[in-house]
Structure formats: structure tokens, C-alpha cells
Design a protein around this ligand. Structure first.
Ligand code: SF4
Length: 224
């Protein structure tokens, strides 16, 4: 079980004030129409070569008014088949992490830098990121998140201005989203990397505790 794997540190689940993650019933609005149009644009996009090899586009999932936006690199094989981000083993580990720190997955919005899978899960090319980034920027403008969590080096280097090149040096401090400096960006390891490098889970746990604390502060302020 991945949850057991995550819990090798003997971590207990943190439980938030239950009101913090409650959302009011969804209301249809012009924003929903804009979301649907954006998703349709992604579904038919041929702006980079990845459209030739994808099975499905992977737009994003979660609360469209989420305070926390989690951004990964690109869809993998499972995501490509199912059209949803973080559904494979890495997705299960992300679920376990969110659960362990007390963040409901439904309380965040999850997407990727790229909406189509690179063949053999290779790292995205710069021209692919450039072609796709306006979709992510539109999602961020619509969600208006209070914080962003970049999971992995590729999203980190495309969301913040930095001279650092390795995830180990990028994590551990708070950045600003480069197109809206009011939005703080937290950087941590991609769950797929943690599956390959379980020795880094302790650092990831520290990152997610800081993310949880920041999100709790944001949600608490929204309640009062
Ligand atoms: Fe279009 Fe983005 Fe898919 Fe490239 S990765 S085809 S830019 S949706």
C-alpha cells in the first residue's frame, strides 16, 4: 500500500477544523461557460507536436475556486488514457500525502504545465511549454488561487524566476508566481520522483507541512 509506504515515518494524519474545507453548493455561472470553452480549446489543440501522440488531453480536476492550485509537469501513461491528472501510482501517493497532512483532494485544483503526454514520459521541450502555457495562465486567472504548489522541477522553473536548477536547491523557500507576484509558490518533489527516491520523503513531508500550514492560515482568514 502506498499509504503504508508514505507512513514509514510513523506520521499521524493532521485534522483541520472541518469548516475550513467545506464548500458551498456549486452555482452555474458565466465562469462555468468560460471554463467549458477553455477545456474545449485544449481538447482540440494542435499547437505543438504532442497532439499527434496523445490519447486524451488532460485539462485538470478539482475545485475551480480552490485556494490551492497544485501543478505538475505533464500527463503520464495513466493520465493520457483516463484524461485526468495524477491518477497512476504517483497520483495515489499524492492522494496519500494530501490525506496525511489533512488537505482534502477535492479542496485543491490539480493540473499540469502540459496538457498532453510527452512520448515515453520524456521531459517537455521548451517550445511545447511555450505553446501550452497560455492554457495554464488562463486556468490560474479563473481560479485565482491563494497559493500554488509546484511539484517537480519543470513546473517550478516555469512558474518562478530563479537561477537555481535543482529541486533540492529550489525547495524550502517561498517564491512568487512570475505573472502575479501576489500568489506565493511552494516547490516540492513530484510524487513520481518520491516513488523512485523514497529517501527524499522526509524532505517532502516537511514541504507539505509548510504548505498545509499556509493553506490553513488562508482558509482560516476566509472564515473570519
Ligand atoms: Fe496543445 Fe498543450 Fe497539447 Fe501541445 S501540450 S497540443 S500546446 S494542449
Amino acid at each position: 500500500m502506498i499509504e503504508d509506504d508514505w507512513f514509514w515515518m510513523g506520521i499521524q494524519r493532521w485534522v483541520a477544523n472541518e469548516d475550513w474545507f467545506k464548500k458551498s453548493a456549486p452555482v452555474a455561472s458565466s465562469a462555468d461557460i468560460i471554463w467549458d470553452q477553455l477545456q474545449q480549446q485544449v481538447a482540440v489543440c494542435q499547437a505543438c507536436v504532442l497532439h499527434k501522440t496523445r490519447m486524451r488531453t488532460v485539462f485538470g480536476v478539482g475545485d475551480r475556486q480552490a485556494a490551492c492550485l497544485v501543478i505538475g509537469e505533464a500527463p503520464g501513461a495513466d493520465e493520457d488514457r483516463q484524461g485526468e491528472p495524477f491518477v497512476g501510482r504517483a497520483g495515489q501517493l499524492l492522494d496519500a500525502i494530501l490525506w496525511a497532512v489533512g488537505i482534502e483532494r477535492s479542496a485543491v485544483y490539480i493540473t499540469n504545465i502540459l496538457k498532453c503526454r510527452p512520448p515515453q514520459n520524456r521531459e517537455p521541450f521548451a517550445e511545447e511549454v511555450a505553446a501550452c502555457q497560455h492554457f495554464l495562465q488562463a486556468q490560474i486567472r479563473l481560479i485565482q488561487p491563494q497559493m500554488i504548489v509546484a511539484v517537480g522541477k519543470v513546473p517550478a522553473l516555469n512558474l518562478v524566476k530563479t537561477h537555481e536548477k535543482t529541486l533540492g536547491r529550489l525547495r524550502g523557500q517561498v517564491y512568487s508566481y512570475q505573472w502575479d507576484e501576489a500568489i506565493p509558490v511552494y516547490i516540492t518533489y513530484h510524487p513520481a520522483y518520491l516513488l523512485r527516491s523514497p529517501q527524499e520523503k522526509r524532505k517532502a513531508w516537511q514541504d507539505w507541512l509548510a504548505i498545509r500550514d499556509q493553506l490553513s492560515t488562508i482558509l482560516f482568514k476566509q472564515q473570519v
